[in-house]
Design a protein around this ligand. Sequence first.
Ligand SMILES: [Zn+2]
Length: 270
Amino acid sequence: MARPLALASSILVGAVAITACLVYSMLGSCTLEIAPAGASGPVPILLVTAHPDDEAMFFAPSLLAVARANCCRVFILCLSNGNADGLGPLRAVELLAAAPLLGVQPTDVSVVDDPGLQDGKKQRWDQATARQLIRTAIQEHGVQMVLTFDGDGVSGHPNHKAVHEAVRAVAQEAPAATPVRYWELLSMGVVRKFLGPLDVAFSIFECQTLHRMGGGCCIEGAAAASAASMRQHASQNVWFRRWFVLLSRYSYINSWRPIMIESESLDSES
Ligand SMILES: [Zn+2]
């Protein structure tokens, strides 16, 4: 009886060790084409989020990959100041302090406080206002890449979904010849979401598929930077968010897909 148990334990330990080596070997890689070939000067990238702390909790691997590539200048457009609990002004200041830990200069961060874009799961966002703010940011900074949530918003928060909807609409109205490219961060089911670095191993083939579609994966050991950034978001850095940063795949891997504009689905929405 002891022998099969020992054998099973050895296999398990071996599998974990191989997986750990595999994940470790993939850290520091990003297959998303961050800077177009032949780009001269820093490529302006716009990250559109819903709340201060989204950048630290969900986008850290990509922001660190961009900082490491030393190719780009990232602007963050945060479409609300996270005022659900009356802490909006404080949270805006926290974001300015947190952003440099992920390679973004405070002067490149914009936090919006608009009556039509208030933080809250029951708040319905004014899409026209959101779209206009995104258009303006793209034009002002000469943005060539836009990064944001996908339609499920990682956590399912309605404000995250509203951000996606606005970015997608802006992508849809852009002329075909526009140099701007738009990517969405893939949401995952609850199991994969909390696999932490292990999900890197489960993402290998998926990342290849995404790359063929024009997207890709940024894989970084970003948990420490994300945690440090969250400490600057002191009003939000409660125990369950600290656990999230440690256990979430989004502290280790970001999977990106180009935002697909499907004329049929848009027609049916209008
Ligand atoms: Zn959020």
